[in-house]
Design a protein around this ligand. Structure first.
Ligand SMILES: [Zn+2]
Length: 476
């Protein structure tokens, strides 16, 4: 089947190249009505206007999000809340009028935070509590906790330079801040997050007894941000927590001055055997090529300590509302638009892999994911390059009138990364990212952090792109 997908991707790319050959220059800047740039572009201008009007005047994004968060906040994979989210998704798809609605089983990891989560700085008789959250997947400490001297590093290289002599029996603080001066906070995150994901394994190789990781945020404050961590085969498992950035900076400053600090860590988080959970799938059947699919998706699961409003309640709502808008506008897409709400993006991607395995024979024309929050959309990132990227930029041009027509070379999203590997063109909704990591994986990720208008615009952008991709492919 691999070759079939290569062919599909190639034909889309060739088609794109052919389209791009006939266009004139794209309108510069934004905030103006795009000029006619190629055959079909006038229709796309009208389409964008109609979806924009419907999304803002009669949109249901925010009320949909509110209902998901009320029913299933903290929907970590394998938890009862995640199962409530599955029920909610199925019901919501029915109410929107999607067809072929189904649950797609996948086995997901089960991790429970437990009730005890304590990191203390020991200074003689005095013990001060530090703001932490256990990282998802961490083992607990022995009952009664563990004590250790603190050492601070900023990188794996620095850790290895210290070597076993300085790491053995210690608690290691990874204190590398997210770089602030990068334009995209997602790029800053990708450069820093390895210390959270692999810090415990790297420190354990040198005999450390626990790790504390600086939270992944550009803010300096007192709120810890959790996230997934992974152990490595053959390497001892040690507990891992995230600490708020201000506390991390203060500990590091004292160590730098030459102080010796001792910490006490106590956790009773644990992993349980995998459980069955589900992706939820529904469709708008294609009117001309129902066997050809444009996927729109987000992930149903979230971290346990937050409502999961931006991550990824917003993406779930974008995918659902995009389908609803297409139906509400009376459109009949030529290809099938398939809404896939994935389970277990946060700590395993099991839903993404289950989908990929079971739909390996399907003809995916493209896949669009929203997993960058409900902030103002900028446009999309895409795996397309060269002439195909030009073509996609042309397709998105009608969104420029609403300041969301960017089409930037990049990825799609974690859940559609298996499709990307097989050559399916992927798109990710791009948002203004300045505030994303203020709330990401923390208690701040709740409904109040979402602006209804910004959320609605994301759904408009996804609806538009899904519809035009379906129409373009349907012309062949
Ligand atoms: Zn996410």
């Amino acid at each position: 089947m691999h070759n079939a997908f290569r062919l599909l991707a190639l034909s889309l790319a060739c088609f794109a190249a052919a389209c791009s050959g006939s266009r004139s220059a794209l309108p510069a800047g934004s905030g103006t009505q795009p000029r006619v740039v190629s055959a079909g572009s006038e229709a796309r201008v009208h389409l964008a206007a109609e979806l924009h009007r419907l999304g803002l005047e009669e949109g249901r994004s925010y009320e949909m999000l509110k209902s998901l968060l009320r029913e299933a906040p903290g929907r970590l994979s394998g938890s009862p809340m995640a199962e409530k989210a599955v029920d909610w998704a199925q019901r919501t798809m029915q109410s929107i009028g999607l067809v072929n609605i189904r649950r797609q089983p996948c086995m997901v990891p089960v991790w429970e935070r437990g009730e005890v989560e304590r990191l203390e700085l020991i200074e003689g008789e005095k013990r001060s509590q530090l703001p932490i959250l256990a990282l998802g997947g961490s083992i607990g400490t022995p009952a009664g906790g563990l004590d250790g001297e603190l050492i601070v590093v900023r990188s794996f290289d620095e850790l290895r330079t210290l070597g076993r002599k300085h790491c053995e029996g210690k608690i290691v603080l990874f204190n590398r801040p997210m770089p602030r001066a990068l334009r995209s906070t997602f790029v800053a995150y990708s450069q820093t997050v390895p210390q959270r994901v692999s810090g415990a394994a790297e420190a354990a190789k040198l005999g450390a007894k626990a790790v504390v990781v600086r939270s992944m945020t550009t803010l300096v404050d007192d709120l810890p941000h959790t996230g997934v961590m992974r152990y490595q085969d053959g390497v001892p498992k040690i507990p891992a927590v995230a600490i708020a950035t201000r506390a991390a900076a203060q500990l590091a400053a004292r160590i730098k001055k030459g102080e010796k600090l001792r910490l006490h860590l106590e956790l009773n988080c644990r992993s349980l055997p995998d459980r069955r959970s589900y992706n939820v799938i529904g469709e708008i059947a294609g009117s001309k090529h129902p066997e050809q699919i444009v996927l729109v998706g987000g992930h149903l699961d979230s971290w346990d300590i937050c409502e999961g409003a931006h991550d990824d309640g917003a993406g779930v709502v974008h995918a659902l509302e995009a389908c609803r808008l297409i139906l509400a506008a009376g459109l009949r897409p030529k290809c099938t638009i398939r809404c896939v709400l994935f389970m277990n993006e946060e700590n395993g991607l099991r839903g993404a892999h289950a989908y990929d395995r079971e739909h390996v024979g399907d003809k995916h024309l493209a896949a669009i994911e929203s997993d960058r929050g409900g902030y103002s959309p900028l446009g999309f990132t895409t795996s397309l390059r060269g002439p195909a990227l030009d073509w996609a930029q042309n397709l998105a041009a009608a969104l420029r009138a609403y300041d969301m027509g960017a089409m930037i070379q990049g990825g799609g999203g974690a859940d559609i990364s298996p499709l990307k590997k097989r050559g399916v063109p992927v798109f990710g909704l791009a948002t203004i990212s300045h505030r994303y990591f203020d709330m990401h994986h923390s208690r701040r990720d709740k409904l109040e952090a979402v602006n209804p208008r910004e959320l609605a615009l994301g759904a408009v952008a996804v609806a538009y792109l899904a519809q035009v991709l379906s129409e373009e492919a349907g012309r062949r």
